[in-house]
Design a protein around this ligand. Structure first.
Ligand code: CMP
Length: 143
């Protein structure tokens, strides 16, 4: 079954949108397969966005992603990569339709709340980067 990587960026976490975003993916019918609240270092954020390293906004983008904790998630379901992108809305919130996450909650391209993999292959790479030990942590006992 297809999987995608979804990240709620620091502004989405700070603004209390985690529950709303999870709700939208759950109500659509997708299954949550992995989730963690995590602060990442500069080198890790640069790795995640390495395809954009030549863009003029790259260092600002990395500053933004490391400015606070993010929620990293894996969602699973039929066509979840492309449908997830539709739920999220266009990269620039000025162009994202009402009813999408960015269309409803964002105005700035540099503060667009959420990231979703753009293709099945990038989802595979991003899931491997963010969840190198798998998506479920098994513990034999809790203390
Ligand atoms: P995301 O879906 O995470 O993919 C790449 C990110 O780069 C994008 O969301 C935006 O946060 C950011 N981005 C893309 N274009 C610009 C831009 N022109 N200025 C600032 N940030 C941008």
């Amino acid at each position: 079954m297809e999987q995608t990587f979804i990240m709620i960026k620091p502004d989405g976490v700070q603004r209390g949108l985690v529950g709303e975003i999870i709700c939208r993916f759950e109500k659509k019918g997708f299954s949550l397969k992995g989730l963690k609240l995590i602060s990442v270092e500069r080198a890790f954020a640069e790795k995640h966005y390495e395809d954009l390293s030549s863009k003029p906004f790259f260092s600002g983008l990395v500053d933004y992603i490391i400015s606070g904790p993010v929620v990293a998630m894996v969602w699973e379901g039929k066509n979840v990569v492309s449908t997830g992108r539709n739920i999220i809305g266009a990269t620039n919130p000025a162009a994202s339709a009402p009813g999408t996450i960015r269309g409803d909650y964002a105005v700035e391209i540099g503060r667009n709340i959420i990231h979703g993999s753009d293709a099945v292959e990038s989802a595979r790479k991003e899931i491997a980067l963010w969840f190198p030990d798998g998506t479920v942590n098994w513990q034999s006992s809790l203390h």
